[in-house]
Design a protein around this ligand. Structure first.
Ligand code: ZN
Length: 276
């Protein structure tokens, strides 16, 4: 009887000591995700993104950045159109009139400031790829670790210029990467739009899993029809990456949030509101 009581006491003590720790270990790594306005524009001819479809038609584009609050620190996904564009009354016109003329209704700096987040508070960052509507403000965070695919980093820019400042701290990836080691924020290698394009899987505590597309797809009809833009670096890789994302959505029961899709953006909560 005494032995049994002792055992019960030990089990009770174990239960009491384990439970708080267990609850803590189940605390989600990701706490919140903010969607920031990182540009708005008009595409001159959307058939550039969907060859043979809607030729000559213009379409509104948006550009999002995403700020993730993780227990280990802030993580920024994409940096959008350069903040300097906010001061251009006519916006930033593209070299190719079929491409997107960008405006910056709000700066990234002002939106971070509104949240009380300083650029130096960001623990790590990544860009989906190195087009100017995604890398426009990378150097607002000169000391922040940048996660980028090696294939993207090594891809020669205009006149063979580097894609990033050589002194910017960088982790070059060759495939997927679990950023915080707890499965809550995972960079997915999705080449095709560019040689080292990547997307992001984020597991939110209440919203569930979301995949941030980057430019693996630009708008929903291209996703539904597997449309591949004419200026992508590889059609085969693009289709394989869409298939990978499709399988990820199924496996993780995830939503797909398409960066440039204005119709979708108009239906989601923008910062300072957030998803948790
Ligand atoms: Zn883009």
């Amino acid at each position: 009887m005494k032995r049994t009581g002792g055992l019960a006491a030990v089990l009770l003590a174990a239960a009491l000591s384990v439970n708080p720790g267990h609850a803590q270990s189940e605390k989600p790594g990701v706490e919140k995700l903010y969607i920031l306005n990182c540009g708005e524009g008009v595409a001159g001819d959307i058939s550039r993104w969907s060859p043979g479809v809607n030729e000559g038609k213009s379409m509104d584009f948006v550009d999002n950045c995403y700020l993730v609050k993780h227990a280990q620190g802030w993580f920024l996904w994409d940096t959008g159109v350069p903040d300097a564009v906010a001061a251009m009354p006519n916006g930033l016109a593209p070299a190719d009139p079929k491409a997107v003329l960008w405006h910056r209704p709000k700066t990234l700096a002002a939106q971070l400031d509104q949240l009380g987040v300083k650029p130096s508070d960001i623990k790590a960052m990544a860009v989906s790829h190195t087009h100017g509507d995604h890398t426009g403000n990378v150097e607002m965070f000169p000391a922040v670790m940048l996660y980028v695919q090696k294939a993207e980093y090594d891809w020669p820019g205009a006149n063979n210029s580097p894609r990033f400042k050589p002194e910017h701290p960088v982790t070059k990836l060759e495939g997927d990467r679990d950023v915080f080691g707890d499965g809550s924020v995972t960079i997915l290698s999705t080449p095709g739009h560019t040689p080292g394009h990547q997307s992001l899987l984020v597991k939110l505590p209440r919203t569930g899993a979301v995949v941030l597309s980057g430019d693996a797809v630009h708008f929903k009809s291209n996703w539904d029809n597997r449309g591949v833009p004419s200026n992508n670096s590889s059609k085969d890789q693009t289709l394989a990456s869409m298939q990978k994302l499709s399988e990820t959505l199924t496996k993780e029961k995830a939503q797909l949030w398409i960066n440039h899709d204005k119709a979708q953006r108009d239906g989601i909560k923008m910062s300072p509101d957030f998803y948790d």
